[in-house]
Design a binder for this molecule. Structure first.
Ligand code: GDP
Length: 339
């Protein structure tokens, strides 16, 4: 018999089973959803076991949302934008919106990018929104795993639009790109690409570029920037999914152009659904995460092996002194690992 999960307090002594978590999440119990996210972020092997079981149970109920990644340098207006877009989606489009953030640099700042955000005031108190930062500790791979799994949990809870915020200056946006359906880059007019810390590679992966803060004295500059980016996009290699990235301007603070972004996302979804690339992309992403997870597990297996730990430093020294080739040294270590 499943306990009445809405009535019980979850304490360490009163741990839920994976099935109980599932029914709590599906019934819309936010406390249990929160608790389940904590569970998947936990490094405790007991928690990991329940978490794995829970994810398996959730899979059939997940995957039905639109996942949007939003990136841009700090200060470009990501959280203001998410507040405006999320509110619009809930109020005008009847959506349920989940917001999460990835910030691999947050270990330094001691908090996650959403942690100190008070600007998402409306969204954070809305029953149809669920805002929570991703874990800020651990390796990037670990953060990505937790993020992907927490998307699954939120989708199971009925959130049909997932917004993932990331700072577009590191490696995190590459990881986010491989978790989302639509990747949006927010930029500022007239700041110069170098100044914005945006790598050209990121621009090439964007499905939409929105020039934010197109208000007040900035309107003309924003128009010019839109034209410049449109020209630049023509030079990028064509996308396999036949989508031509859209460039527009918006003002998150004045709520202008927010409808347009949704129109862009909808036309992207329509095109990619009808030509099959939406589902193809999801499948490729799943395969990518399988390979990525194996890669990092094998690597950590290798480096934590006692024989490897015993010999690697000496071989490294010999390689650097050109006493042995790097390939031979690698082969020696791999043989040691296998023996
Ligand atoms: P984030 O660091 O990318 O999340 O940026 P924030 O959303 O925290 O915004 C940084 C600053 O820019 C804040 O002071 C916002 O009020 C301001 N801001 C955000 N969007 C706009 C906008 O559309 N126009 C103007 N003028 N300011 C904005």
């Amino acid at each position: 018999m499943v306990k009445n999960i809405n009535k019980i307090a979850i304490t360490p002594k009163n741990a839920l089973t994976a099935r109980e978590y599932l029914s709590g999440i599906k019934s819309g119990n936010r406390a249990i959803l929160s608790k389940s996210i904590t569970l998947i972020e936990s490094s405790n092997p007991k928690h990991q076991k329940i978490a794995e079981e829970l994810i398996e149970l959730c899979l059939p109920f997940s995957g039905k949302s639109v996942r949007i990644g939003i990136t841009g340098v700090p200060g470009v207006g990501k959280s203001t934008f998410i507040e405006a877009l999320g509110t619009f989606l809930i109020e005008d489009k009847n959506k349920k919106v989940a917001v999460l953030a990835i910030d691999p640099s947050s270990k330094k700042s001691g908090g996650s990018i959403l942690g100190d955000k008070t600007r998402m005031n409306n969204l954070s108190i809305n029953d149809n929104a669920f805002i929570r930062p991703s874990p800020s500790s651990g390796t990037l791979g670990g953060v990505a795993k937790a993020t992907r799994e927490s998307i699954i949990l939120r989708e199971t809870a009925g959130f049909n639009t997932v917004l993932i915020e990331t700072v577009g200056v590191g490696q995190s946006e590459i990881e986010v790109k491989s978790m989302v359906d639509f990747f949006l880059l927010l930029m500022l007019a007239g700041a110069g690409d170098e100044l914005q810390g945006i790598k050209r590679g990121i621009m090439e992966t964007a499905d939409g570029i929105f020039i934010n803060k197109a208000d007040g004295e900035n309107i003309d500059k924003a128009k010019l920037a839109v034209q410049e980016y449109r020209n630049a996009i023509h030079l990028f290699p064509a996308n396999e999914n036949h989508w031509i990235p859209k460039v527009q301007s918006c003002s998150a603070i004045e709520n202008k152009g927010i409808i347009n972004i949704w129109e862009v996302v909808e036309s992207f979804i329509n095109l990619t659904t009808s030509n099959g690339s939406f589902i193809k992309n999801r499948k490729q992403q799943a395969k990518f995460w399988l390979e990525h997870t194996i890669d990092s597990a094998v690597k950590s297996f290798f480096y934590s092996n006692d024989k490897i730990k015993q010999h690697i430093k000496e071989l490294e020294r010999q390689v650097m002194e050109e006493k042995i080739s790097p390939f031979k040294a690698a082969r020696k270590l791999l043989l040691l690992f296998k023996s």
